[in-house]
Design a protein around this ligand. Structure first.
Ligand code: FES
Length: 84
């Protein structure tokens, strides 16, 4: 289960549709633990701009080094979370 997702709200990531990615992933949220995501929030720039919208994930079975992701489209983000 994904415990927490942070979506970058910086200008560079907005250019990669981070606002739409946030909205799509927010629809997967369920605070009672029955959904894919328990908590999701927008955060300032991670200083890892470029190549897609930056998303940080805290999940069971995902180590801290492997939890930083880049998504180029909202569909790509939803596909990732529907397979974990
Ligand atoms: S704008 Fe998102 S990492 Fe910098």
């Amino acid at each position: 289960m994904v415990k927490k997702v942070r979506v970058c709200n910086g200008a560079g990531c907005k250019a990669w549709s981070s606002c739409s990615i946030y909205k799509k992933l927010n629809s997967l949220k369920s605070e009672d633990g029955s959904g894919k995501i328990v908590k999701i929030e927008r955060v300032p720039c991670f200083n890892k701009c470029g190549g897609g919208a930056s998303v940080k994930v805290n999940a069971e079975g995902v180590n801290s080094a492997g939890n930083f992701l880049k998504f180029r489209t909202p569909r790509e983000a939803v596909n990732y979370f529907s397979h974990i």
